[in-house]
Design a protein around this ligand. Structure first.
Ligand code: PHE
Length: 450
């Protein structure tokens, strides 16, 4: 097995592995995507299916990705290739998925940056009705150049951090910002709960109505779980390649999963009561957060301050995620194409910027152009979250359960026998049988084969 540990950076403190991995996981997927996807798929029943996906599929998969990354200390393609040549396609699937995700993620990240700027200038606080917020949002995203400008700013910020090297900046900011993000979310959730009409929103979010569940609900929940946890595309393989030998991989995966899921649930608690009390459709799609949140802030004293803090945190949550996606591609280009890290970073930055500009334009001036009935923006989202990540996840489970030398897996999870992993048997059954079979059934079902 190839090992390039000398040249490779490792993360510093004890908390770093959790924080950096949580930085990747917690992002727009939790606060922007989760509420609208849950709203679109019936609420309560979706939440239950989502949580089951996280525990039964997400956690074992994250642990497998961590093990593969730390065992090989390589980028996603190199890692799979060095373990088994035939499986390097999984790495390529991941690199491509990271590129396509960045294509729409950078666009939404740009929106959050624009909202931050308008919160600081006070423009956002001047509007009052949800209709006004909606029309401001629609005008903004369909504008040909403004969103691209903010996207470019975001891409540049990501580039600078990647170029500086990942460790100190991200580690330190994550330590400060993740707790702050939690605090703000809790305060806003409480406020949202106290709004008149709020209980209806909570009912929608917490009362399962299984009559609304279709095969596609399960696929969407699965895709959302993988997207939110950043798994199925080698991000966690890449990050774990920087972990220290004594990092406890299971505890790290467990903590990241818990943090990520609590942020998603808190986002739901914050948004659904507001959705119902200001009278917006829970199924109104990607604009949901950008309309409901400013409406909540509006009812608060010092609304400018709240909205500034919130969008700042959202920008940061998005940034720690774009960095991880960028890193997947940069590490691959650097190590496999043998170009300098700087060149690798520039190649990634420029190519994703072009894709993101197209995705942004596909919501406005190019909205006539459709791919299978979807705009480029929606197609990128759908293809990655609902197809590439679940497929990547299915093969990763299969690989870790059947093809990977079990001694390698065990050595990683127990740190060469230094720590106990009591549920290894259960973990193995999940990896070998449960996860691949469930994933396969969900796919076949969605293709209409039953
Ligand atoms: N998990 C991130 C989020 O929820 C997005 C992401 C997906 C990051 C895949 C890395 C890899 O926002």
């Amino acid at each position: 097995m190839q090992n390039n540990s000398q040249s490779r950076a490792t993360l510093g403190g004890k908390l770093s592995a959790v924080l950096v991995a949580a930085g990747s996981s917690v992002g727009l997927g939790n606060i922007w995507r989760f509420p609208y996807v849950a709203g679109d798929n019936g609420g309560g029943a979706f939440l239950i299916i989502y949580i089951l996906c996280v525990i039964l599929l997400g956690l074992p998969l994250m642990l497998s990705e961590f093990s593969i990354g730390r065992a090989t200390r390589l980028n996603a393609v190199g890692a799979f290739r060095s373990l088994n040549r035939r499986w390097s396609f999984l790495g390529y699937n991941g690199i491509l998925a990271a590129f396509l995700i960045l294509g729409f993620y950078f666009v939404v990240a740009g929106w959050t940056a624009e909202y931050l700027v308008h919160s600081i200038t006070g423009d956002l606080a001047q509007l009052s009705s949800p209709e006004e917020y909606k029309s401001v949002f629609d005008n903004f995203i369909t504008n040909p150049w403004r969103p691209i400008l903010y996207t470019a700013l975001f891409v540049l910020a990501t580039h600078i951090i990647i170029a500086l090297g990942v460790q100190k900046g991200i580690e330190r900011s994550a330590k400060l910002l993740m707790p702050l993000l939690f605090l703000i979310l809790i305060i806003l959730s409480i406020h949202s709960l106290l709004m008149s009409g709020g209980t209806e929103g909570l009912k929608f979010f917490f009362t399962p109505d299984f009559s609304k569940v279709t095969p596609s609900t399960v696929l969407v929940a699965l895709g959302q779980a993988f997207f939110s946890l950043s798994i199925g595309l080698g991000t966690m393989v890449t990050y774990a390649s920087y972990f220290k030998p004594d990092t406890n991989l299971y505890n790290t995966a467990l903590n990241v999963t818990i943090l990520d899921t609590s942020v998603a649930i808190l986002a739901g608690v914050m948004i659904f009561p507001a959705v119902f009390s200001v009278g917006i459709e829970p199924s109104s799609g990607p604009s949901l957060v950008f309309i409901t949140l400013p409406s909540i802030f509006n009812g608060l004293p010092l609304s400018m301050v709240w909205s500034t803090i919130f969008f700042l945190l959202l920008v940061i949550a998005a940034l720690t995620s774009t960095i991880s996606l960028h890193e997947v591609i940069t590490a691959y280009l650097h190590e496999e194409w043998h170009v300098s890290r700087k060149t690798a970073a520039w190649l990634t930055t420029l190519s994703t910027m072009v894709l993101a500009s197209f995705a942004s334009l596909s919501l406005g001036v190019w909205n006539e152009m459709k791919i299978c009935g979807l705009s480029l923006f929606d197609a990128l989202d759908y293809l990655t979250a609902n197809i590439m990540l679940p497929v990547g996840g299915m093969f990763t489970c299969f690989f870790a359960g059947w093809k990977l030398d079990q001694q390698v897996l065990k050595a990683q999870i127990t740190n060469n026998g230094a720590i106990k992993f009591r549920i290894y048997k259960l973990f193995r059954v999940l990896l070998r049988y449960f996860c691949p079979i469930v994933l396969l059934l969900v796919f076949l079902d969605n293709l209409g084969l039953f």
